[in-house]
Write a protein that binds this ligand. Structure first.
Ligand code: NAP
Ligand code: ZN
Ligand code: ZN
Length: 359
């Protein structure tokens, strides 16, 4: 099946319209008519060679063209004979997870995101191990029903789309660490992940403080429910907040100081790092930590990668019950490159979402 979409044809090039082939629908597959797809900062890292594809054994010739997009909503157009959970017309979503082995310990426990054979919705491979997966910046996609999520009809489908990546990437560590009432949570960086982390933190009962370089975001932070806002645009900005927080959710998308934030952790506190962390000194996200800074107050540094299918479904159900969605700016496909520029400039309020019916 031929579909329309947008692709980066090579590293660091603007995205452009591209027509490509989707795989045949199998008996356990769902064919989805995509309505809205969010722009995650990971899409930008990927197109700009941030994730070091070579280190993961994927050569540039194999990796491109890339059709990004791993947080989208749509409606079921067709289902295979063995599909049990979905019917034609259902409102559904797909996130970063596209396939996994389905038989390892992680898969058994619903942590497909940590399966050694996990394949992502784009930047991975189909079951043949050769055909690249192409993401949600397109009109239609074929996905195994196990990796399809039910999106509550009560949620706006454009504003719900980023829940499939940004949402679950905040929800999963919060659930794992039991963040909620009685906790002081700071959210470092108010972007796509950060803004939904604020909403979840507030909804779960934590006292939430936003740490941001952008003074212009203070009003938004408070509108999102944050109880406090600290401007971090100067070197000593965090000095007055030492040992203040139980958790800091750090979703900063570029190289940044983490010593200041770690000093802000109270006894036993945890820095949750979800921003991209390439694997070489000098590259954005690479960590160098004074271990005594951790030892002094029994502090933790915690990593987390998106979330598994069952917990993503729990998150969507929770969002349906509590009316939680993302703050989005819906754009046309021809605005994607401009949206990338604005996201890199931290000028995003707070997620760009592409209207996929216009591809
Ligand atoms: P985003 O919308 O661009 O937000 C990132 C925010 O970080 C910006 O809005 C800005 O907030 C702050 N920031 C940016 N550059 C900074 C710098 N040099 N120093 C300090 N702060 C800076 O990005 P996103 O889509 O939320 O993604 C955030 C990161 O998480 C990306 O690296 C992405 O690849 C990664 N990610 C990880 C996972 C995972 O599973 N672990 C999942 C999705 C995304 P202020 O203006 O408030 O300072
Ligand atoms: Zn993402
Ligand atoms: Zn597995």
């Amino acid at each position: 099946m031929q579909v329309n979409g947008y692709a980066a044809m090579a590293f660091n090039t603007p995205l452009q319209p591209w027509r490509f082939e989707r795989r045949e629908r199998g008996p356990r597959d769902v064919l989805i008519d995509i309505d809205y797809c969010g722009i995650c900062h990971s899409d930008i890292h990927m197109v700009h060679d941030y994730f070091d594809l070579e280190a993961r054994g994927i050569h540039e010739e194999q990796a491109f063209p890339i059709v990004p997009g791993h947080e989208f909503t749509g409606r079921v157009l067709e289902v295979g004979d063995e599909v049990t959970a979905y019917s034609v017309g259902d409102r559904v979503g797909v996130g970063v997870l596209y396939s996994s082995c389905r038989s390892c310990g992680h898969c058994d426990e619903g942590r497909e995101n940590y399966c050694p054979e996990v394949q992502f919705t784009y930047g991975g491979f189909e079951a043949d191990g050769i055909t690249p997966t192409y993401g949600g910046y397109s009109t239609k996609i074929v996905v195994d029903e196990h990796f399809v999520l039910k999106v509550p009809e009560s949620l706006d489908p454009a504003a719900a789309a980023p829940l499939m990546c940004a949402g679950i990437t905040a929800w999963s560590p919060f659930a794992h660490l039991g963040i909620g009432e009685g906790h002081k949570l700071a959210v470092l960086g108010l972007g796509g992940l950060g803004h939904i982390a604020v909403k979840f933190g507030v909804s779960l009962g934590a006292e939430v403080t936003v740490l941001s370089r952008s003074a212009s975001k203070e009003a938004d932070a408070r509108r999102l429910g944050a109880h406090d806002f600290v401007l971090t645009d100067t070197e000593n900005a965090l000095d007055a907040h030492q040992e203040r927080f139980d958790f800091i959710y750090d979703s900063v998308s570029a190289e940044h100081d983490i010593v200041g934030p770690i000093r802000c952790l109270a006894y036993g506190g945890t820095l949750i790092m979800v921003g991209a962390a390439p694997d070489e000194p000098g590259k954005p996200g690479f960590l160098q930590i004074d271990t005594l800074l951790l030892a002094a107050q029994r502090r933790n540094v915690h990593g987390s990668l998106i979330g598994g299918i069952p917990e993503a479904q729990s998150m969507l159900d929770y969002c349906g019950e509590h009316g939680i969605v993302c703050d989005v700016e819906v754009i046309r496909p021809d605005q994607i490159n401009e949206a990338y520029r604005r996201t890199l400039a931290a000028d995003v309020k707070y997620r760009f979402v592409i209207d996929c019916n216009q591809f």
